[in-house]
Design a binder for this molecule. Sequence first.
Ligand code: C2E
Ligand code: MG
Ligand code: MG
Length: 448
Amino acid sequence: MVKVQPAAPGQDGWLLRKFPNSDKAVKVFKIVRVSGINCLLLGCVWCAYYAFMGRYELSALFVALSAIGLACIRMVRQADLRRGPVVAHGLFLIVTLMALIDSPSAEVPRSVHLFFLPLAVGSSFVFGAERRYMGNGFQVLCLLAFGWFAFAGPSGVDPALSPPASVRQVGAAANVATATALLGTILGIYRKDLMSRIPLAKDLGMAISDNQLRVFYQPQVNADGQIFGAEALVRWQHPERGLLTPEKFIPLAEETGLIDDLGNWMLAESCRQLKAWENDPQLSRVRISVNVSAHQLSGGDFNAVVRETLAQTGANPQRLMLELTESALANDLGTVRSTMENIRSQGVEWALDDFGTGFSSLSVLRSLPLSKIKIDKQFVHDASRSESGKQLLVKILEIASVMQMTALAEGIEDEAQRAMLRGMGCPQFQGYLFGRPLSLHQFETLFG
Ligand code: C2E
Ligand code: MG
Ligand code: MG
C-alpha cells in the first residue's frame, strides 16, 4: 500500500533544483515555459499596438507582461523557481489591471479574466499542494478574482480608455482562444504527470519489500588518492524499466513519504555492509556515508531508528556518516538540531551535503554538530571556468577551516580540477575521476 504523506515543507523547490531532469521537474518547467512564451507574445503584440495608437500607458502594461514572460523563460533556463511566487503575483496584478480596463460592452464581452484560470491551475502544479499559500491560497485568490470579474466586475469604463470595438472583438477572440489553449495544455500536462506517477508510486511502494533496491558505492578519496570512504547511493532495479537512477524516483519518494522507508532501508543495508567488511584489512577502514532526507528528520524518531539499526547490525558507529542537505534546515531547526546531536552522541558523524545550494546562514551551520561540508559540484565546475568562481571556492574552504569542518569537494571530473582543489588545500574528493557509483562487487574489486 502506498503511504501518501506530504513532502516536508521547503522541499519542493529544492527537489526541482536538485533533480532538474526528473519527470515532475520537466513537466513543471514545461508549464512555466509555455506560460512565459504566451506572456511574451501577447505582451509584444499588444505593446506594439498600443504604442502605435499613442496609448503609452497601456503599452507600458504590456511591456510588464513581456517582462513577466522573459522572467518565466529565465527561470526555466536556470532551472530555478525561487522567484516563482514573485512572478506569479506580478502576473496576477497585470491580469487584474487588464481585466479592469477590459470592461464588457454590448458588442464585446469581458475576456481577460479568463487568464485567472490557467494561472490558478498552472501555479497549483508548479508550487505543489504542500505550500500552504502558494499551493492553495494563491489559487483561491485567482478563482475569487475570476468569479468577481465574471459576475460583478466593473462595466462601462470610459470608452476613451479602450480600443475601438472592432479591435476589441479580435482581442476578445484571441484572449478566449489563448486562455483556453493554455488551460488545456496545462491540464494535459497535469493528467500525463498523474498517469505516469500513480503506477510508479505503486511500484515504488513494493520495491523495498520485493528487494528491488540496490546500494551503489561511490569512492571518496583523500589528497593522496587513497579511498577512505564511499557514499551509498540508491538505485532501483525496476522489473520492466531496468536500473533507475535517483532522479527517476527520489522526488516521488519524497512527495509520497516513501523516502522514510527507502532511507531506513539504505541505512540498514549500509550498516550490514560495514559489519561484513569489519574483518577485511582494507575494507574495514572504509567509512560509508548515507543520505538522510529532511522527511526522515522531521517525522518519527530518527534517533531511535539509527540506534536500533546499529544495535541490530552490530556496525561500528564511527564508520558511519550521515549526509543532510541544507534544505532540511528549512524545517523546524530546533528538532533537526536536537536529533542530529542525539545521533552524534551515538558516535555517528554528520556531513552537510551540497553545501552552498541552500540558504542557511553560517551561524546556523555553526550551531549544528557537523563534521564535514561537501562542496556542491556546481562550485567546482564554476571554479574551472572563471577566476571569481576560483576565489569563491577558496573562501568556502576557508569557511570550512574556520568552522573546523573537513571539506570534501564533489563532482571532480578531471585531473585539472583535482590539482586546482589540492592547490587550495582541499583534503577530500569525490567524483567521476575517482570512480562512478559502483555495484558492491565493483567497489570491492577496487581493493584488489
Ligand atoms: P548527492 O547525495 O549529492 O550524491 C552525489 C550525486 O552526484 C550522485 O548522483 C553522483 O552519482 C553524482 N556525481 C558524483 N560524482 C559526480 C561527477 O563527477 N560529476 C557529476 N556530474 N555527478 C557526479 P546520484 O547517484 O544520481 O544521486 C543523486 C541524488 O539522489 C543524491 O545526490 C542524493 O541527494 C539523492 N540520493 C541518492 N541516494 C539516496 C538515498 O539513499 N537517500 C536519499 N534521501 N537521497 C538519495
Ligand atoms: Mg549525498
Ligand atoms: Mg551532494
